[in-house]
Design a protein around this ligand. Structure first.
Ligand code: MN
Length: 269
């Protein structure tokens, strides 16, 4: 059966065989999406998006005796989601989420592990030196790559308070320095940045210059962001392939996304 379905495509047939024989594992990097999923909370006077929720319309009952279906209510930027260029003022003339070339939603995953640094400093910011150290060991960030920041933040994902880590000075979550955000966006041919935290910028980045530099530089340079990733600890530094699948919302500035990784000989969870 598989043979006949893939006749004429030896490359795809051999790829499918790696899924069947278990030499390639598909990992889910997505946070489950529910009304409990942690979401960004903007300070006054800014207006927040609604959280995700399900509204039951029928459940094998009078409104639909043979079926169950729901309405979904959600902001665009809830849970694991993609930021499209038009999300930010610097990318306002760029693509909405439905216009993103789909080829860019699949690419090599480059994983930088900041877990130790973030464990002692939740405000830790990725620096150009960090990336250069990574490149010395792993090679220059390749074209089309998604740079993934492993920080260990996913372990806080069961609690909105721990995930946002707010005190009276603001939200303390890791991110990227102003200099590194601009450097990555302009000096490396990558497609996007993926993080474990609620947003691609650090919790304190509203006070940076420019404010929210990853949003500013990435979205302004036709690059993307993806947030609230999990299982990055199961990815090698290089060699995995990431698949980012937002909904093609016409005019959308972002969308909840299912994010998968293909990993050869992945360690078990
Ligand atoms: Mn967003």
């Amino acid at each position: 059966m598989t043979e006949s379905l893939t006749t004429g495509s030896a490359t795809l047939a051999s790829f499918l065989a790696t899924l069947t024989d278990g030499s390639v594992t598909v990992l889910d990097l997505t946070t489950p999406l529910s009304s409990e999923t942690p979401a960004l909370v903007l300070p006054d006077p800014f207006v927040n998006l609604i959280d995700f929720s399900l509204e039951e319309v029928s459940a094998y009952n009078e409104p639909g005796p043979f079926w169950r279906h729901n309405n979904i209510h959600t902001g665009e930027h809830i849970g694991t989601h993609l930021d499209a260029p038009i999300h930010w003022i610097s990318g306002r003339d760029g693509h909405d989420v439905s216009q993103i070339p789909v080829e860019r939603l699949i690419g090599p995953a480059a994983v930088i592990d900041l877990t130790d640094k973030v464990a002692t400093d939740p405000d830790y910011l990725l620096s150009v030196a960090d990336v250069e150290d990574w490149e010395a060991a792993n090679g220059t960030l390749p074209a089309g790559a998604w740079l993934l920041l492993r920080t260990g933040w996913e372990t806080r994902g069961g609690s909105q308070a721990e995930f946002l880590n707010v005190d009276d000075t603001g939200s303390h979550t890791p991110g990227v320095s102003v200099e590194c955000a601009e450097w990555l966006a302009t000096q490396r041919p990558i497609t996007g940045l993926g993080v474990e935290t609620v947003g691609v910028d650090a919790g304190m980045a509203g006070g940076f210059e420019p404010a929210f530099p990853v949003h500013y530089h990435f979205l302004g340079n036709d690059k993307y962001g993806v947030t609230s990733l999990r299982n990055l600890g199961r990815l090698p530094a290089t060699g995995a392939v990431i698949v980012v699948a937002p909904l093609p919302i016409v005019g959308g500035t972002g969308s909840p996304a299912r994010v998968l990784a293909l990993v050869e000989n992945a360690p078990s969870a």
